[in-house]
Design a protein around this ligand. Structure first.
Ligand SMILES: *[C@@H]1O[C@H](CO)[C@@H](O)[C@H](O)[C@H]1NC(C)=O
Ligand SMILES: *[C@@H]1O[C@H](CO)[C@@H](O)[C@H](O)[C@H]1NC(C)=O
Ligand SMILES: *[C@@H]1O[C@H](CO)[C@@H](O)[C@H](O)[C@H]1NC(C)=O
Ligand SMILES: *[C@@H]1O[C@H](CO)[C@@H](O)[C@H](O)[C@H]1NC(C)=O
Ligand SMILES: *[C@@H]1O[C@H](CO)[C@@H](O)[C@H](O)[C@H]1NC(C)=O
Ligand SMILES: *[C@@H]1O[C@H](CO)[C@@H](O)[C@H](O)[C@H]1NC(C)=O
Length: 492
């Protein structure tokens, strides 16, 4: 059978159409930004249905901007078509322009239709809402996903240069010569929002940078440590026991029992298969933690998951059953367990293929960010077979050539943008303490022009979604900080 991965990304922003997430998170590397998060996908299906029912006037049409393929090679005048969406319902010509920056996935109509907080703020400030897709994702195709064609153009510097030139285009298109600009983003696109303001302060007046992992890092073993902290000691110990039990069974040659119990997609035949399988088992619980009780419908939350598995008389079997439900919820019927099948699914070069966003994001982790969510720390419940090398090797195995070792440009990224020593102003950076990505963000700025807030019960990107009556006080405060900053900018 065909295996499709699990994805990767960090996406908080929902990913609609393009992603058929098959194998769930198992191989989410990226910001485990876990690829498209699944609940968002279901959510967007609902959105799509709404569209079909509603009048066409309220459906934003895809628009296209002819963008420079390579901003830094004067001899290359090739272009590509960059997708964007606009909602001008609230705009009064004088109001600010809110730009939602695309991250590691396709943009969708819901981006400008109230799925995110932008519409709430736009109504208040009579703002124009623009969402622009990241090059190399969705329909903003820069070539085949191959090292000799499109991949080399998918970098953060190129993406920021796109956003800068696109911003100038919108100014002309809307004759908006004196309007204020506020950028928004969450997860990777949260970092982009911060860096857009940092690198192009003459173009962007303020930035809302949600759950932004501004610190690039090869070995992101803190990810599972925070998952452990968020699960709590008891639930984390339970998962550790499950990990150890499965590992012992494999060591004793009981592969077949393990494969049957967890409905493995393929036999576990090598160390790399075992790492792949164990990473798959870490995927469900990690994803539940990352998106715990955020403002969107979810498969389950930490409390329910831990209770359901922990109170069973046989937690191993209960977890296996839970994991299979999670697989099905994620669009698969089995647990990814073959390294080769995974690698093959990541070698598809069609930029509009099912795995395109996962592949493009994996590429960016291989060349720029690392962010490898490995099991190298002893203080976490998942398998130590999920090594840093396992991730590093994937880059070569997926993209080749076979004699090349990828070394993400971590030092360069952190030098160019400053990592946690971000030198900018007019920015609000919120993080959720429950969210593992918060450990790569800025949470304790003492600079009054870089406002940070750590939301104690917050998950990945929770402040970027439309508000709910159940929002915590800290979440409401994060939104007030954003509103106050925008008020300040607009009144200048
Ligand atoms: C703009 O957003 C509002 C909700 O804030 C929505 O009702 C409307 O359909 C949107 N319009 C377009 C063109 O997306
Ligand atoms: C898992 O927990 C059970 C029940 O406490 C215990 O008997 C067993 O030894 C543990 N297994 C491992 C591998 O830690
Ligand atoms: C977890 O989800 C359950 C069921 O939806 C809900 O009753 C409970 O309040 C949630 N737990 C927390 C801590 O929010
Ligand atoms: C999953 O479905 C495929 C066909 O869609 C089938 O070949 C395979 O046996 C199924 N795997 C499991 C574990 O049920
Ligand atoms: C690596 O492999 C390529 C062909 O894929 C070859 O052209 C190159 O010379 C090799 N480099 C080294 C250092 O072996
Ligand atoms: C701020 O947080 C970072 C880690 O995110 C830590 O290294 C640093 O010591 C903290 N600084 C203060 C003043 O708390």
């Amino acid at each position: 059978m065909k295996i499709i991965l699990a994805v990767i990304l960090l996406i908080c922003i929902n990913n609609t159409f393009a992603f058929r997430l098959n194998q769930h998170s198992s191989l989410n590397k990226g910001l485990k930004y876990r690829g498209v998060d699944i609940k968002e996908e279901l959510e967007s299906l609902k959105f799509d249905r709404l569209f079909t029912d509603s009048s066409s006037s309220s459906t934003p049409q895809s628009q296209w901007f002819t963008q420079q393929l390579d901003h830094f090679d004067p001899l290359n005048d090739n272009t590509f078509q960059q997708q964007f969406l606009v909602n001008d319902t609230y705009w009064d010509q004088n109001g600010p322009i809110f730009i939602l920056l695309g991250g590691e996935g396709p943009i969708a109509p819901s981006y400008v239709q109230g799925h995110f907080i932008l519409n709430t703020y736009a109504e208040k400030f009579n703002a124009l809402i623009v969402a622009v897709e990241h090059r190399g994702y969705g329909q903003s195709v820069v070539g085949d996903l191959d090292i000799n064609s499109g991949l080399k153009y998918i970098t953060v510097e190129q993406a920021l240069a796109d956003y800068a030139t696109f911003r100038q285009y919108i100014v002309e298109k809307y004759s908006a010569y004196n309007n204020k600009w506020v950028s928004f983003g969450g997860s990777y696109s949260g970092s982009l929002s911060a860096w857009f303001r940092l690198k192009y302060p003459q173009l962007i007046d303020a930035a809302i940078a949600t759950s932004a992992p501004v610190q690039a890092q090869l070995d992101f073993s803190e990810y599972f440590e925070v998952v452990s902290r968020s699960l709590g000691p008891e639930c984390s110990a339970m998962f550790k026991n499950i990990t150890n039990t499965v590992t012992e069974m494999i060591q004793q040659g009981q592969n077949q029992q393990v494969e049957e119990l967890f409905q493995a997609c393929d036999p576990i035949e090598s160390e790399l298969d075992f790492a792949t399988f164990m990473e798959s088992l870490s995927g469900g619980p990690s994803e539940i933690v990352q998106y715990n009780n955020d403002n969107k419908a979810t498969f389950t939350n930490i409390t329910t998951m831990c209770t359901q598995i922990g109170q069973s008389s046989n937690p191993l079997e209960a977890f296996a059953e839970w994991n299979q439900q999670f697989n099905i919820y994620s669009g698969s019927n089995c647990t990814t367990s073959s390294y080769q099948s995974f690698i093959q699914s990541m070698q598809e070069t069609d930029p509009l293929g099912d795995n395109a966003a996962a592949i493009a994001w994996t590429w960016q982790t291989c060349i720029e960010f690392g962010y490898y969510q490995d099991g190298e720390s002893p203080n976490q419940p998942f398998s130590s077979a999920i090594t840093l090398d396992y991730f590093v090797q994937q880059c070569t195995d997926i993209f080749g050539p076979s004699n090349f070792t990828y070394q993400p440009a971590i030092n360069w990224i952190n030098t160019e943008y400053g990592a946690r020593n971000l030198q900018t102003s007019n920015i609000v950076m919120a993080n959720g303490f429950v969210d593992p990505w918060s450990s790569l963000g800025i949470i304790n700025s003492t600079d009054p022009s870089i406002q940070t807030i750590l939301i104690p019960t917050g998950a990945h990107c929770s402040d970027l979604y439309a508000p709910l009556p159940t929002d915590s006080a800290a979440l409401q405060q994060a939104r007030s900080m954003a509103v106050n900053l925008i008020s300040q900018i607009v009144s200048q």
